[in-house]
Design a protein around this ligand. Sequence first.
Ligand SMILES: Nc1ncnc2c1ncn2[C@@H]1O[C@H](COP(=O)(O)OP(=O)(O)OP(=O)(O)O)[C@@H](O)[C@H]1O
Ligand SMILES: [Mg+2]
Length: 212
Amino acid sequence: MGPSGSGKTTLLNIISTIDQPTKGRVIIDGREIDRLKEKELALFRRDMIGFVFQEFNLLDNMTIRDNIALPLTLNNRKPEEILRKVRELTALFGIDDQLDKYPYQLSGGQKQRAAVCRALVNDPKILFADEPTGALDSRAASELLACFQNVRNKYGTTVVMVTHDATAASYCDRVLFLKDGMISGKLETNGNSEEFFKKILNMVALLGGERD
Ligand SMILES: Nc1ncnc2c1ncn2[C@@H]1O[C@H](COP(=O)(O)OP(=O)(O)OP(=O)(O)O)[C@@H](O)[C@H]1O
Ligand SMILES: [Mg+2]
């Protein structure tokens, strides 16, 4: 969390190798990823990370099934294996009855859950999400966040999320606060999400200027 311009997207893009740092190091799972060569970096991206954007970025002229399967199709996996994985994930996200539809036929929340399924189809160790609930109403947002928790519990995926919303943040285990490109505060949950929500609100008030 942090005010607009504090560096949240920059941080996410650097950790997820979308951007390169001008200085400093990025170490994930003991590996210095800013030093990886192009081939190693491609494998790192394929095996380690998934990315979800605020605006979904689904391909309009493909069905939901094909959108989600795309990363596996590009990796030349077997069709049965691809379909099994798509079914498993979409069932977890409650969109397994939407597979034959096109993105324009889905609600915002369904589209975002499809985008998350696509990001997870390669079994990444870390899922990055930049304001994933930013374009959703509160009900769709809480459905998505519950799905993130299911994914964490079922696959052990780490979800790293940027959010402006204290409710969304209260679903997390840990919240880091950024200000002017630096970490200005940290909070960890004790498992009670209501208490955590209040602590987050207090921290936001203390650090000032959450909203843009
Ligand atoms: N490619 C870039 N080169 C130089 N400066 C950049 C670049 N991208 C962003 N910045 C600057 O870095 C700072 C952090 O931007 P960033 O997009 O990370 O903020 P943010 O916390 O994600 O904000 P928001 O909540 O509005 O999305 C801003 O001052 C921005 O203008
Ligand atoms: Mg941003």
